[in-house]
Design a protein around this ligand. Structure first.
Ligand code: FES
Length: 193
């Protein structure tokens, strides 16, 4: 039996020219890498058997979930939510940074969202947001700290992977979560936690 994964982009919008920092992806790369839609096709291979049984395709798609209204967000005041489901390690936060950020939405591209669990050993980063440095951390276990303006890249500490970023889209004044960029701690697949 063989399996094949196919990843499809859903948009090719670009980040604004004023987006800061060097390690930012344009929005097309961000969407491509986040794998918003993943179809896994399983094909039964039985050499010499003409009527080999076919296995149905498995399709995993991130849910489109309402997070908050844009007017609900005050600068540097995070709001908690869960995504992509209600399972383990789904707790996440959304915040208006007040400065443009990679993957940011809104008029100023400053609204971002991230999973709340440290990629090192799953330390709970809830309530560790720092408005002066636009960072999440330090992790209570081994002090990892993540830069929310640059896709959650590690600033310092024991972790070696960026914090998973929740991909956002605007629907009128509603902010919708539509995907996750990076693997959530404790999961082998973000959609099958
Ligand atoms: S669990 Fe966060 S730094 Fe180790």
């Amino acid at each position: 039996m063989q399996s094949q994964s196919i990843t499809k982009p859903v948009s090719d919008e670009t980040l604004p020219d004023h987006a800061p920092g060097k390690c930012l992806m344009d929005r097309r790369s961000f969407l491509l890498t986040s794998g918003l839609t993943t179809a896994t096709v399983m094909v039964a291979m039985t050499p010499g058997v003409a009527d080999a049984q076919k296995v149905p395709a498995v399709v995993s798609t991130y849910p489109r979930k309402f997070v908050a209204k844009i007017g609900d967000l005050k600068p540097d005041v995070p709001i908690d939510f869960t995504y992509p489901d209600e399972g383990a390690y789904a707790e996440s936060m959304i915040v208006r940074l007040g400065v443009p950020a990679g993957g940011g939405i809104g008029q100023d591209r400053d609204i971002v969202a991230f999973n709340n669990y440290c990629t090192h050993q799953g330390g709970d980063l809830g309530a560790t947001y720092k408005g002066d440095t636009k960072s999440l951390g330090a992790c209570p276990l081994h002090l990892s700290t993540y830069d929310l303006t640059r896709h959650g890249i590690l600033i310092s500490g024991q972790a070696y992977q960026s914090l998973p970023q929740v991909l956002l889209e605007l629907e009128g004044d509603k902010i919708m979560a539509v995907g996750v960029f990076g693997l959530i701690f404790g999961r082998y697949d973000n959609l099958q936690g």
